[in-house]
Design a protein around this ligand. Structure first.
Ligand code: C6P
Length: 418
């Protein structure tokens, strides 16, 4: 496999975001004649050339269907696809490669857990516990499965600052709790949830823990064995990888016991009209032709990230968040939404008298890309008493200068909108 050599070795712990920025071709673009200031990585991160090249190389040189052909290209594609699984395994420190199921995204991974594990264990009167800050992808699959099984949803409230207190977690998890499904990091507020304590409390009542790691895996170093959870789901496209690929990690004994989620393709051992039998995990959960090249692209993204000092990256993002929080409130009428103590580099805000959508549209004229709306977290908006927010999210390629551009654009937007 080729791929542009990423010159990260020289970084030696010192974080040089501008050097990283140059690895992402799209970040050199002009938008409305202005340099692009991309602050929407929580929605989807941009891709380094190493990822783009790895995927192009795979399509140009080593592409065929996987697990199906007895010829050179198919074997090559299969070994690259399985090597990608091993790369993911190492990245999250799973015990076995068979515990890594490739899906088309986090949403599909969470639906898989709800439809397969949830449906097989939930009984009427059982409880599924969520928090109020969940993304719809970690709410709706559970609603569907509760409706189908007679189980009930219970919701841990979020505090005004966007934190989730241990007291409220403790008082919501109870003897009827069978599943606790929580975000690692909020996509709206950046709150880092106390997932280790949640795992302890859930396991104490015999419940299983599903972590929606969509944002968590980007901003925290994840070790699923140390976390102690039972399921961990994330998407490739927020992790500097391509879209169309997601990951479900689950303990092997759980995957062994779970029924298939979808049927067809290589998820079978034998098929007879009377009865079919299933392949071993992970194949059991990868019906149809899997996202072959996206998996290879995700592995390239992980390789890229693995060459960066993770502690330095986390520190860089923390610095950007702190700087942004300090600077944003200097704009008259701007209020931060989400000020919990433990936060990743995602910041929502509102401006008095300006609708977040209008604000985002005006910011775009300055080349600044932020997300506006309910961020697929309508119950959280209701809990916080807002209909929508603007959200800036900071990634490895962002700099303090990007924050300055955002703040200057907000001042300009005030003049236009108010
Ligand atoms: N959040 C955002 O702008 P998919 O769409 O399957 O890749 O990921 C869904 C998802 C699940 N959980 C969390 C915490 C998420 O942040 C997301 C995706 C994006 O916040 C797009 S809505």
């Amino acid at each position: 496999m080729t791929g542009t050599a990423v010159k990260l070795d020289a970084i030696n712990g010192r974080f040089d975001a501008l050097a990283f920025k140059r690895d992402f071709p799209i970040l050199a673009k002009l938008v409305h004649g202005k340099p692009l200031t991309y602050l929407d990585s929580a929605a989807s991160a941009q891709k380094p050339k190493a990822v783009i090249d790895a995927m192009t190389f795979a399509y140009e040189n080593e592409y065929a269907n996987v697990h199906r052909g007895a010829y050179y290209l198919s074997e090559k594609a299969t070994s690259n696809y399985e090597a990608a699984r091993e790369t993911v395994r190492k990245f999250v420190n799973a015990a076995h490669a068979e515990e890594i199921v490739f899906t088309k995204g986090a949403t599909e991974a969470l639906n898989l857990v709800a439809a397969s594990y949830g449906r097989s264990v939930l009984q009427p009167g059982d409880e599924v516990v969520l928090t109020e800050l969940e993304h719809h992808s970690n709410i709706v699959p559970w609603q569907l499965i509760c409706e189908a099984t007679g189980a009930e949803l219970r919701v841990i409230p979020v505090s005004a600052d966007g934190s989730v207190s241990l007291d409220s977690i403790q008082s919501t998890i109870g003897v009827r709790t069978k599943i606790v499904a929580v975000a690692h990091v909020s996509n709206v507020l950046g709150t880092i949830l106390p997932v280790e304590q949640i795992v302890e409390l859930a396991h104490a009542v015999g419940a299983k823990v599903v972590i929606d790691g969509c944002q968590g895996v980007v901003h925290e170093a994840v070790d699923v064995q140390a976390l102690g959870c039972d399921f961990y789901a994330f998407s490739g496209h927020k992790l500097y990888g391509p879209n169309g690929i997601g990951v479900l990690w689950a303990r092997r004994e759980l995957l062994d016991a779970m029924p298939p989620y979808q049927g067809g393709g290589e998820m079978i051992a034998t098929v007879k009209f009377a009865k079919s039998t299933w392949a071993e995990p992970p194949a059991k959960f990868e019906a149809g032709t899997p996202p072959i090249v996206p998996a290879i692209g995700l592995a390239a993204a992980i390789d890229y990230l693995s060459r960066i000092d993770r502690a330095a990256l986390i520190e860089h993002e923390r610095d950007l968040l702190g700087y942004a929080m300090d600077r944003l409130v200097t704009v008259p009428g701007v209020k931060l939404i989400g000020t919990a103590q433990r936060k990743a580099s995602v910041q929502s805000f509102v401006m008095d008298g300006a609708h977040p959508h209008d604000l985002a549209t005006v910011l775009d004229r300055s080349g600044v890309a932020v997300r506006a709306g309910h961020h697929c977290a309508q119950p959280l908006m209701t809990a916080l008493g807002v209909t929508a927010t603007s959200r800036a999210s900071f990634a490895l390629y962002n700099t303090r200068e990007d924050v300055d551009v955002l703040v200057a654009a907000l001042h300009k937007a005030r003049e236009i909108l108010l």
